[in-house]
Design a protein around this ligand. Structure first.
Ligand code: MN
Ligand code: MN
Length: 320
């Protein structure tokens, strides 16, 4: 990459943080990914929702709350933009109300990002978008390890007879061979279920299960150890459903479940993934219309995306 092609946020010591156009972290909006290390990509689609909807406003809400993020991450000791050239790629095209058509567009759009060599960070959208995103990821990398933070397994065979909703993406991904389940983990599952058999779905498809109560019991460090041990050196994709977080910290989501995790625990868990071969990220189910005064859910989501980006910078730093 030539130094003059380096993309970084607007200098907040020159232009105050409340000014300018709300891209993620006030990065330049760029769609030519030549020389780009990471791209933040919106996927504003919520036709897969089965209860509340509104995640179509997720990318916009997360971008709005990202304006205070600064370029040095002290927890990971990483000066992101000394290492990385990063952009906001805008949003992938979708057709509201038309799920199969939109999923096709999302796969094509995401495939172009993967093909460029930039590491994508996708802003959902409901969790159904992870299926087309994984199709694109597996198209480039082959079956990937899934690191899945969520209250729910999203492994149900169907909802209302429909095979594509935000409760089914990983069942489809498993059936399509997009996942290396032996290297995958689902973390944080909790809340009431339809049937005893629901609790077995994760292990039945071959993934490691660390339930919400178990995570509380064993703690963040041991959870990270188990997840990393399982992933190994191969490519891994991180999907983070904001309902993993306790609704006290992230109320603006589609299917909230109590007994979750704090903002601080979430940051620790994501940072703990440093050192893995992470090929892509998504953060889904953020619904700004349900966010109370203060936009706490979008603020946490923006900070989690910042940690994803920091991990990308860290891995590129260690490679050079
Ligand atoms: Mn969920
Ligand atoms: Mn989910």
């Amino acid at each position: 990459m030539t130094p003059d092609k380096r993309y970084r946020p607007i200098d907040a010591m020159v232009y105050p943080r409340f000014s300018g156009i709300r891209t993620f972290m006030r990065l330049p909006y760029v769609t030519d990914l030549t020389g780009v290390d990471f791209a933040v990509v919106g996927v504003p689609f919520d036709t897969g929702g089965t209860f509340r909807v509104g995640a179509r406003f997720g990318p916009e809400g997360i971008r709005s709350q990202s304006t205070l993020l600064r370029p040095y991450n002290p927890a990971l000791k990483v000066p992101i933009f000394d290492i990385c050239s990063g952009v906001d790629y805008g949003d992938l095209p979708v057709i509201p109300g038309y799920l199969p058509e939109s999923h096709k567009q999302i796969t094509e759009g995401a495939a172009a990002v993967f093909a460029s060599g930039a590491t994508p960070v996708f802003l959902g959208g409901d969790h159904s978008v992870s299926l087309p995103l994984l199709r694109a990821a597996a198209g480039k990398h082959g079956p990937v390890a899934l690191i899945h933070f969520d209250s729910h397994s999203d492994l149900w065979p169907a909802y209302f007879g429909g095979k594509d909703t935000h409760g089914t993406p990983f069942r489809r991904a498993y059936e399509e061979g997009l996942l290396d389940t032996a290297r995958s983990s689902q973390i944080g599952l909790r809340g009431s279920l339809y049937d005893e058999s629901d609790a077995l779905m994760t292990t039945e498809v071959g993934m490691q299960l660390i339930t919400g109560p178990e995570l509380h019991e064993i703690g963040v460090k041991e959870t990270i150890r188990r997840v990393k041990e399982r992933v190994g050196d191969g490519p891994a994709y991180v999907t983070f459903d904001i309902d993993f977080v306790d609704p006290a910290y992230a109320p603006a989501t589609g299917t909230p479940e109590v007994g979750g995790f704090t903002s601080a625990q979430c940051l620790q868990l994501v940072r703990g993934l440093a050192g893995l071969n992470l090929i892509g990220f998504d953060l889904v189910e953020v619904m700004p219309p349900y966010d109370p005064q203060g936009n706490v859910t979008c603020l946490l989501a923006a900070n989690l995306v910042y940690e994803f980006i920091s991990l990308i910078a860290l891995s590129r730093k260690n490679k050079t």
